[in-house]
Write a protein that binds this ligand. Structure first.
Ligand code: FAD
Ligand code: DLZ
Ligand code: SF4
Length: 508
């Protein structure tokens, strides 16, 4: 009997397990552009265009290799609008009674496939370095899941940056040499940009028509949409960005959207690049003497460590993970996240860049937009849906643990041992945002005080019971307790006033 091989928009890899299990002579590959995947959260138009354009290129590539591909375009008259609907339609057309798929990266779609009235065989996603079973075994019986220990296992498993069973350079982690404050003048190359061809232009027009009212600028569009171009972007990053990646990993500068970051996550997450090949390219550059060990190790740790770790967490924790709210935060996401004007320079920069590029680097996500949402007590489900929608690299398996766990502490401390909160001082040290802000970062209270300074204490005070016993937070509570009573009360009152004005829709 004929079978259907499903390939989703983030599964564009030749080595995909569903393809490996298929038979060109007998099976039909199903790929479908569907409204539901673009709209179940209102994805950034650039992200939708990246996925659809890359899907079309990948389908042609498979056809060139002799696969029969049943491809549905978004504007096909018979398009049912959902992945399940398209599988049923193709099953009826071909007489297939079985679907072979690589397990999707989101519980929602896993359940959708499992409830089809067809035989569905879900294969493991072998593009990751750790299998789900590897992670579950490692996590079993541990009181705390710490990325650093998992990462060491991954180094041992792959042999990356290892020599004679030991880490090269004598230590596992070179972060002490990383994360410098940015110098005044900095020159770094932009990530490689690609001019859309006629086929990609047609996708851009389609996305403008169908999703043009979503938050985000569709044009200019410069993403690679083929594996060959994504490989070029990788090579350029290894040459130009990687040598200084570690040094300025946490820096944020106006007008510098990318700094020394790779901007490879969209390609990794839709399958144009594979994590192991990216790590090996960084290791080779270090072996050739082209990049220092702190850069190579720091970069490899993000992919071999963090990326694999958060995926493990997503699947081990189960379906309710994205809706957790351990700190019981209930405030609505303020309109400034969707581009409404704000006086806070750090937020206006991070959101403007997100709108333009569907990209912000890690520290902008964690210490600006994430930090503010956590300090202000925003409902983590709304924060999660925002991150899932606005970034080109956002797929639930990687986005939810980063947002719900690392950034919002809504999982109660599974991903991080303490909440990532800071006052304005951290943002000031790592960026040039504060210099042009309407607020004063040095001011802790009174007219013009930086909202991060006020909300930082408000957060600590309202969650005292949970955090004062945390050994990494004791100092902060001691500082708070040393302040005189009147000052503490005035800080809380001013923070409350700020939150009330924000909720009322005032420009803050
Ligand atoms: P680089 O700084 O060049 O890092 C290299 C690679 O390491 C990245 O391409 C990525 O594949 C990997 N990486 C680095 N940090 C992480 C991490 N914490 N988790 C997983 N992989 C990591 N990353 C996503 O890929 N998708 C998301 O939806 C996503 N959502 C996030 C939400 C929040 C609130 C936070 C704080 C982080 C999120 N991240 C997410 C992690 C990180 O911010 C992005 O991977 C990174 O900014 C991508 O840009 P880059 O390729 O230039 O990364
Ligand atoms: C994100 C996305 C979008 C916008 N569109 C499609 C699509 O039209 N067809 C498709 O197969 N996949 C799309 N995707 C990716 C899926 O949403 C993704 O596979 C799941 O969220 C699981 O990670
Ligand atoms: Fe952000 Fe405060 Fe600095 Fe303004 S002063 S940019 S609000 S940290």
């Amino acid at each position: 009997m004929a079978r259907l091989i499903l390939i989703l928009g983030d599964q564009l890899s030749e080595t995909l397990s569903a393809l490996q299990a298929g038979d060109k002579a007998r099976d039909t590959v199903v790929m479908a552009e569907v409204t539901e995947e673009g709209a179940y959260v209102r994805h950034h138009p650039k992200k939708i265009a990246l996925i659809l354009a890359a899907m079309r290129k990948f389908a042609s590539h498979l056809q060139d290799q002799g696969w029969g591909v049943a491809y549905t375009r978004l504007d096909d008259a018979k398009n049912t609008g959902t992945i399940a609907g398209e599988l049923l339609r193709r099953a009826a057309q071909t007489g297939a009674d079985e679907v072979i798929a690589t397990t999707p990266g989101e519980w929602r779609l896993i359940r959708e496939l499992q409830s089809l009235p067809l035989k569905v065989s879900l294969r493991p996603d072998t593009r990751f370095i750790a299998t789900r079973a590897d992670f579950a075994d490692w996590a079993e019986g541990r009181k705390q899941l710490r990325m650093e220990y998992f990462y060491r296992e991954m180094r041992r498993k792959t042999g990356l940056l290892m020599e004679g069973g030991k880490p090269v350079g004598g230590k596992w982690n070179f972060d002490q040499e990383n994360r410098k404050a940015p110098p005044k003048e900095i020159t770094c190359a932009d990530p490689m940009q690609f001019t859309p061809d006629a086929e990609t232009e047609a996708v851009l027009d389609l996305v403008a028509r169908r999703f043009g009212d979503h938050f985000g600028d569709l044009r200019p569009f410069h993403f690679a949409v083929t594996r060959a171009d994504a490989r070029r972007a990788l090579q350029q990053f290894i040459r130009e960005g990687l040598p200084l990646f570690g040094d300025y990993q946490d820096a944020m500068l106006r007008g510098q959207k990318w700094l020394y970051h790779s901007v490879l996550s969209p390609y990794l997450n839709i399958g144009l690049l594979l994590p192991l090949e990216v790590c090996r390219a960084a290791e080779d550059a270090w072996k050739a003497g082209d990049v220092p060990i702190n850069a190579a190790e720091g970069f490899i740790r993000q992919i071999l460590g963090w990326r694999e770790f958060v995926r493990g967490i997503y699947f081990v924790q189960g379906e309710d993970y994205p809706s957790r709210n351990a700190l019981d935060h209930r405030r609505a996401l303020p309109p400034l996240y969707w581009g409404a004007e704000t006086e806070m320079r750090c937020l206006s920069e991070a959101v403007a860049q997100t709108r333009e590029e569907a990209y912000a680097h890690h520290i902008q996500r964690l210490m600006v937009t994430g930090n503010f949402a956590l300090l202000a007590g925003i409902n983590p489900t709304e924060v999660h849906e925002w991150y899932l929608a606005v970034y080109a690299d956002a797929f639930e398996w990687v986005e939810a643990p980063n947002t719900v766990g690392m950034s919002q502490f809504a999982d109660g401390g599974i991903v991080g041992s303490k909440p990532y909160v800071s006052s304005g001082a951290y943002i000031n040290r790592m960026s040039d945002y504060c210099k042009s802000c309407a607020y004063k970062v040095s001011q802790k209270l009174g007219e013009g005080a930086c909202p991060f300074n006020l909300l930082y204490w408000h957060f600590l005070a309202r969650h005292r019971e949970r955090f004062e016993g945390n050994p990494r937070m004791g100092n902060m509570y001691r500082t708070w307790d040393r302040m005189e009573d009147g000052r503490r009360a005035r800080i809380i009152a001013q923070a409350e006033d700020f939150l009330t004005r924000m909720e009322a829709g005032d420009r803050v």
